[in-house]
Write a protein that binds this ligand. Sequence first.
Ligand SMILES: [Zn+2]
Length: 427
Amino acid sequence: MLKIIAIILLAISTAGAGYFGWTQKKSNDAVTEKVAELTQKVEEADKKVEATEEDLAASKELLPPLMTKAQELEAVKAAFSSGTVLKDLEAVYSKEKKGLSPERQLGLAGVRLLTNGTKDPATVEAFQKALEMTDWKSQQKVICAAQNALAAAGEKVKVMSECMTDASAGKSAAKNDAADTNKADAKETAGKDAHGKGDKKDAKKDTHAVHWDYEGEMGPENWGKEFATCGRGKSQAPLNIKGPFEKVRFSVAPDYKQGPLKILNNGHTIQVNVAIGSKIRIDGKPYDLLQFHFHRPSEEHIDGKPSAMVVHFVHKNAEGELAVLGVMLREGNENPGIKTLWTYAPKNESAEVMPEGVMFNPANLLPREMDFFHYDGSLTTPPCTEKVKFFILKTQVNISKEQVTDFPFKMNARPIQAANGRPIYTN
Ligand SMILES: [Zn+2]
């Protein structure tokens, strides 16, 4: 049962929307401790199989501290027995005209599960279904670890196909985690061998659950086989930006702060994780900057042409909505900001490094002018989750030819996607 609470905890964290704000935040120390302890265990298991894919890293940063969530969960649990919480939540959600987002459905299913308990198979099934519907693959490792642990403990739980291990039944959680890791290793190694690369990589760290790449068998044209949205999505990114444009009246205003440099090579790009505090205002609404990363050449094209590279600044607001600010980098003078980053960027896939005493301000990579092109798109890497707002700045920033060549990825740009009638806006 504790494990199932962990799943729900994580699901609720994923849902992100602070819809527990209206519940009283009381804490029951003993149970809170248990939940926290369990959460830590799941987190530790998760760490073993942690992939550092772009989206995963992004979403990790989005998760509010789990301890706080554990306390909130306690308050929620206390109120559950009567069923009023569920009724209230259903009432709130029934007013949503556009229908519930998959994350909210998952949150709702989680609350149903907490209210009705695990005895009712229909409730458990509904929760599983909601879980499968969400596109939060970034949570996959944790959810898989929890599902496998539940199955191993004899709980009635459907293990998602993505979570299937060769030894799904009858083993301890720890063993399943190990199996997960081994399988991922094997799959990754095989995939890399097929592409004739991956030689320099440490197999132990190379643990993407599902392998994808920018070329070959798991190249962009085949992402849809493993990640449905990449293939079937109707508002995928990147786009070729060309007129006619529709006019919008709002502006985007970044307020980025200096902080200790945290940089990694996740096997797909160089990424810089950003501490809480840097924001951007879009039409007055604040979004937190989570991380930024690079593509070579730029994924977006302007009038059919890419630039040498692009920086994607990834933001998320309180409602969990993502916004990406893209700054195109064209060949020219050396870029001092990039110089600092490239000095510390790991050449091969690695965990985050935090060089001592090195500070960086993401604002160093921005032009002065913030005029933009805007469209609704998606993550440009699997799972290609949609409803991501893109703002591509019209003003480009210089990067030297040597700096472009020093970027450890020769090609990490997803091809241009069909616009499907989506308008492109400009301010
Ligand atoms: Zn990107």
